[in-house]
Design a protein around this ligand. Structure first.
Ligand code: GTP
Ligand code: MG
Length: 202
């Protein structure tokens, strides 16, 4: 399940513009700054294949990266970035949701949740939107390397993960598959790649 080869293919802002070779793909989605682009780099063992930033709002398009010449990882703009101009945010929301609903080669969405802070309402809302639209998802908890901080509610990542799962369970009656990760220590990398390989082979 390891990545031997990874290359950037293209940026798109409509579903129609996305690559048309029919390879299966997995999309990374989550709040701005949650660590989507960093996770992609961790998965492919390259520091700067996808561009990252301390400031939210870095990724602005649907970015396709072809892996081992046979499947795609897709980096997306984040949601919930209040400081972005309103029109930009609406655009991102429109084209990412259109992509989720209409991209026939999308195997599963990987919804990233920041485990270093308490659960956010917007993440639950996003999970429920995906659920209502029957889009298969895996929960990826990010930043599990971060130590608890009083300003972040004083809980360890493990506790935030359990809290989020409780909220999801109240809503869905079940919890989707989930993986704890860190792009700093590469925790969860092999588990994610194995999970993606299993999903591709269905
Ligand atoms: P947008 O493209 O703006 O939506 O953000 P993104 O979700 O792609 O986040 P990005 O990967 O750019 O990372 C945002 C910030 O979080 C950067 O400063 C990263 O270094 C940091 N970061 C990402 N993943 C981790 C992690 O696992 N642990 C820690 N400690 N920091 C992380
Ligand atoms: Mg990004």
């Amino acid at each position: 399940a390891q990545v031997m080869q990874a290359e950037f293919v293209k940026s798109s802002v409509t579903t129609e513009d996305c690559p048309s070779d029919g390879f299966p793909e997995f999309a990374l989605v989550g709040r701005s700054n949650v660590g989507k682009s960093s996770l992609l780099n961790s998965l492919v063992r390259r520091k700067k294949l996808a561009l990252t930033s301390k400031k939210p709002g870095k990724t602005q398009c649907i970015n396709h990266f072809r892996i081992n010449d046979s499947w795609y990882l897709v980096d997306l703009p984040g949601y919930g970035f209040a400081a972005a101009p309103h029109e930009l945010r609406t655009d991102w929301d429109k084209f990412t949701k259109d992509y989720f609903l209409n991209r026939s080669t999308l195997v599963s969405v990987f919804l990233l949740i920041d485990a270093s802070i308490p659960a956010k309402k917007i993440d639950l809302e996003y999970a429920s939107w995906l659920g209502q639209n029957q889009i298969p998802m895996t929960l990826i908890f990010t930043k599990c390397d971060k130590r608890k901080k009083r300003k972040n509610g004083g809980k360890r990542p493990e506790e935030n993960v359990l809290d989020f799962q409780d909220l999801i369970r109240d809503f869905f009656q079940t919890v989707p598959p989930w993986i704890m990760t860190s792009s700093v220590t590469n925790q969860g990398r092999d588990e994610i790649l194995l999970h993606m390989a299993q999903l591709r082979n269905y």
